[in-house]
Design a protein around this ligand. Structure first.
Ligand code: NAP
Ligand code: F7E
Length: 324
């Protein structure tokens, strides 16, 4: 009987890690998750599948922990989702962001090279690499112009992935994913901040929502749709770079309008502009051309922007009602 495929996910406690783990379990994989030591447990997003996965301690800052993890567990696929992923924090902690989000990628790739270079590798690259865009829409060939220490770190992560592919013939893939959201999104990101706030205001728990730039535009998709693209990349004969996006862009203002509108409120009555949430350098407009992913991987998004906003608002209302 064929052995089940075995995948190692770094960043399994994050938004994408939890959806990817669910997806891979459904495909019959053994799923191993790398978790970093912390004084309190943060398994909220994976609690419902915790019995079905194996969790092992390791850290992107520590290559030895990753070498040992690979030696002891022998995965056939590694998905590197771990990162300091919040753009705003990357200005406050630029060196830490570089250590984790940039050099962390080299540590994983090098551990794979040492233990078993046949392991297939996925790197979580980002549309933030396009930054101050030089072309609209952005595709795999669009030059990068990152606008934050996070974006710069992701450019490094992308190129070191390409380099290990070319230097060692590794099946190393870079998924250039545009923003993807869900009810599991961290509360600091703008979409979840808005849906959580709309729900809180509706339930009488808050009175206002403080935001930064309402005019910035993002290509927002649903995280549950995007993890399938990660997996598809590792099932191809040849590794590559793939933009994953919906191809439509919406403003933060429009997101507010829909989220508040869904609970019968007008965002203009509650949203207050706050300088603290403005960025030193902004990425004004992102919109992706995912033709390559659609043609080569057969991938396409299933969830519309309107359905995504509705899903997130309803999940936040349900969550708050349970907590009351
Ligand atoms: P997330 O929710 O912030 O999750 C990040 C994960 O990385 C968490 O599990 C975190 O662990 C882990 N981590 C951070 N530093 C670590 C370290 N030093 N060692 C080990 N683990 C560490 O991020 P996400 O939204 O799921 O995104 C997943 C990946 O895709 C990230 O690399 C992100 O930069 C990238 N990306 C995201 C988007 C998006 O729109 N979501 C788009 C493009 C690319 P703790 O739980 O312990 O903090
Ligand atoms: O900001 C504006 C903010 O923090 C989106 C990460 O997953 O996607 C994410 O990065 C926009 C920006 O995500 C607030 O200025 C206004 O223009 O939700 P965000 P992000 O920076 O796009 C990429 C693809 C990643 O790779 C990252 O890991 O919204 N904005 N007011 C605000 N943003 C926040 N967070 N908070 C505000 O109050």
């Amino acid at each position: 009987m064929a052995q089940p495929k075995r995948a190692l996910i770094t960043g399994i406690t994050g938004q994408d890690g939890s959806y990817l783990a669910e997806f891979l379990l459904a495909q019959g994989y053994d799923v191993i998750g790398m978790i970093r030591r912390s004084s309190t447990v943060n398994f909220e997003r994976i609690r419902h599948i915790q019995e079905k996965i194996t969790l092992i301690s390791g850290d992107l800052l520590d290559e030895v922990s990753m070498i040992n993890m690979l030696r002891e567990n022998r995965p056939t696929e590694v998905y590197n989702l771990a990162a300091q992923s919040f753009v705003q924090t990357s200005w406050a902690q630029p060196v830490f962001t570089g250590e984790t989000t940039a050099l962390g990628v080299t540590r994983v790739l090098d551990a794979i090279r040492i233990v078993d270079p046949d392991i297939r590798f996925y790197q979580a690259s980002s549309s933030e690499m396009f930054g101050k865009v030089v072309e609209v829409p952005q595709r795999e060939s669009t030059p990068f112009y990152p606008r934050s220490p996070y974006g710069v770190a992701k450019v490094y992560g992308h190129w070191i992935t390409v380099n290990y592919r070319e230097s060692y013939g590794m099946h190393a893939n870079s998924g250039i994913l545009f923003n993807h959201e869900s009810p599991r999104r961290g509360l600091e990101f703008v979409t979840r901040k808005i849906t959580n706030s709309a729900a809180r205001i509706k339930l009488g728990l808050d009175k206002e929502l403080r935001l930064g730039n309402l005019d910035s535009q993002r290509d927002w998709g649903f995280a549950g749709d995007y993890v399938k693209a990660m997996w598809l990349m590792l099932q191809q004969d040849q590794p590559g770079d793939f933009v994953v996006a919906t191809g439509q862009t919406q403003s933060v203002r429009r997101f507010c309008e829909l989220a508040f509108g869904h609970v019968g409120l007008d965002y203009r009555d509650y949203v207050v502009l706050d300088e603290r949430f403005m960025r030193p350098a902004e990425v004004d407009l992102l919109v992706g051309d995912s033709s390559n992913a659609r043609e080569v991987l057969g991938w396409q998004p299933k969830t519309s922007f309107e359905d995504l906003v509705q899903m997130m608002v309803e999940a936040d209302i349900a969550l708050l009602k349970v907590k009351r």
